[in-house]
Design a protein around this ligand. Sequence first.
Ligand code: SF4
Length: 378
Amino acid sequence: MDLDGKVRLLADSARFDLCGSCFGQPSRKSNPQGGWIYPVSLPDGRVVKVLKILLSNDCVHDCFYCANRAGSPFRRTSLKAEELVALFLRLWQKGLVKGLFLSSAVSRDPTWTMNEMLKTVEMLRKKFHFRGYIHLKILPEATRDYIEEAVRLATRVSVNLEAPSPHYLSAIAPQKSFSRIMGLFSLLSDLRRKGLCAPAGITTQFVVGGSTEKDREILGTAFLLYRKFCLARVYYSAFQPVWGTPFSGRPAVSSWREVRLYQVDYLLRRYQFSLDEIYFSEDGNLPLDQDPKTLWALRHPEFFPVEVNKASLGDLLKVPGIGPLSARRIVEARKKGKIADISSLKKMGIRVKKALPFLLIDGKKPCDSGRKQLFLFC
Ligand code: SF4
């Protein structure tokens, strides 16, 4: 296979890994070399274009959901570190990408694969002085030396946990060890405490609906990871059957399940909600027909209406249609005077259609005519 063919295949094989992508399914674009370029959100809010690629799609493991598993009928290939570096530099020098997302199947053995991935990153950093964004996947079997080197060189690292408990993980990826991966998170957070860490932190990913796990269990484990190991982000990837895998006959999981998990993830990380406040259906999953914040509001009439001119930041964050940025804008605006009408709320970015049923403005219940009179009270 020529180099362009290898790049096309390995970039396509990387599409199942969502770690580091923008919310939900990333909008990827192809590049002239046949690879894929993805937008990635950085912790400082910037979005940069990265080349997302695998070093190899030739895996010795047999995860039941994965296209790259041993024995699947897809074409196999690997790149050498030198080839990957040359490809990346070409794209970077043309201004097509600003960063690299490098992952890999476990090819030959974990030591060989990790070694080649680190060689790639080391060449970029030390020989070609590339200072931009590099997201590097760490294989669960990596030794401590490799892990230390990875966090020294990469901007962000990730280890995919895939499932919320040992039981669920063994049902979808029998060769992966839940305790080993948790041990890796523990080591990464120890290194972080000692000042040795990738600046954009650690991320992970769950395959949602790969087994019979419930949303409550996924979110419970996700928030243990946030709390205990200070993960920067958890990504949720709705299971999609892949032809040629043992799970090819299973139904795809609704992307709405993924969306609801992300919404709760945001509520817990950025809206001061706790997991106890999240409403789950009796089966332990999030209802798909209503967003979790509106559901909480509808189930807590005693909390509303909230007075925009007096409510704390935490209370404003509980109102549907008000996000962290617009809540802060309300608090700032109040320092200059009363908020008197709906048009002021609109200017602050509040989704008034959602928020108005839960608000008072200066003691009165507002209603939006939706046309010219934006400051009616009813
Ligand atoms: S370790 Fe499992 S998930 Fe990763 S590439 Fe191999 S088979 Fe796929």
